[in-house]
Design a protein around this ligand. Structure first.
Ligand code: NAD
Length: 291
């Protein structure tokens, strides 16, 4: 590797290793529990990106030995029908994890549905009880994407204590829980967002810079402190001048890799780590019921 470039944080390789470890753990436990772990992914409508994500999750479940109880509902499904399904899955002892694939069609109240999932089966970590546990620093199911970021940083022994960490983005899915996890790891945390002024000044102060925005290649080299650790959560589909479509992150990878010390690729960085953490949470919930 050219030493003038940042070292890649290989989320794909780590995610595969985590899956192999989980597979072994499930095999060891299954004789005692007499059943495999179960995950129910609920998808409503035909969002093509969601369909790809759900397929990836199901494939990963099969690899690890998790039974899938996924349900695909038509776009016009009512709130009441989904509520009944969630209640039934909450009671179903074969199901350790329940996940609602977002976004949902506009006529549905996603927050109300998420709140009806049993917090101990909330493998996406979005229920107020699990967010509350995170705020208080108590054990609980942690949101998958931020947990994947933390696990990847840990894998490469990146020291967070006392470091300046800047998170761009304040969504409940990524930015906010990630800021709390970094705080828990003793970083000094700043959250920047769409209303922040002088974004470059904030980001240039970061030893650890994390972009979770959804704006293709927003973070340029001049926004990055030399030798910073740069984590790119963004997944954006763009078309190039030839009309070819490809995925890019929120970071301008080519320019930033010349200045950063570590960087995640897109794809192959945080995306696979998110799936790995979903499997981890499902096995954690399964283990908890049987320990
Ligand atoms: P979101 O739209 O809910 O939140 C985006 C955040 O970015 C907001 O808080 C907003 O304030 C901030 N923002 C918007 N424009 C900005 C700007 N110009 N400058 C500074 N901040 C700005 O999105 P999200 O759900 O948090 O997802 C963010 C990105 O991460 C998306 O690209 C999404 O596809 C991706 N994502 C990836 C994974 C994964 O597995 N890798 C998981 C979830 C989300």
């Amino acid at each position: 590797m050219d030493s003038t470039y940042a070292q890649l944080l290989d989320g794909k390789a780590l995610a595969q290793r985590i899956q192999t470890e989980l597979q072994t753990q499930v095999q060891q436990q299954i004789s005692a529990t007499q059943r495999p772990p179960g995950l129910a992914v609920l998808m409503v409508g035909d969002n093509p990106a969601s369909a790809v994500y759900v397929r990836n999750k199901e494939r990963a479940c099969t690899k690890v030995g998790i039974t899938s109880f996924s349900r695909h509902f038509p776009t016009n499904t009512s709130q009441a029908e989904l509520e009944q399904t969630i209640q039934a899955l909450n009671q179903d002892q074969r199901v350790d994890g329940i996940l609602i694939q977002l976004p949902l069609p506009n006529h549905l109240d996603a927050v109300s549905l998420l709140n009806q999932i049993d917090p101990d089966k909330d493998v996406d970590g979005l229920h107020p009880v699990n967010i509350g546990r995170l705020v208080r620093g108590e054990p609980g199911l942690r949101s998958c994407t931020p947990a994947g970021v933390m696990r990847l940083l840990q894998e490469y022994s990146i020291d967070l204590q006392g470091k300046q960490a800047v998170v761009i983005g304040r969504s409940i899915l990524v930015g906010k829980p990630l800021a709390l996890m970094l705080l828990e790891a003793n970083a000094t945390v700043t959250i920047a967002h769409s209303r922040s002024s002088s974004l470059e000044d904030i980001t240039r102060s970061a030893d650890i810079l994390i972009a979770a925005v959804g704006r293709p290649q927003l973070v340029k080299a001049n926004m990055v402190k030399p030798k910073a650790v740069v984590i790119d959560v963004g997944i954006n589909r763009i078309s190039d001048q030839q009309g070819q479509s490809r995925l890019v992150g929120d970071v301008d990878f080519e320019s930033v890799r010349e200045i950063a010390q570590y960087i995640t690729p897109v794809p192959g960085g945080i995306g696979p780590m998110t799936v790995a953490m979903l499997l981890h949470n499902t096995v954690l919930s399964y283990t908890k019921f049987h320990s």
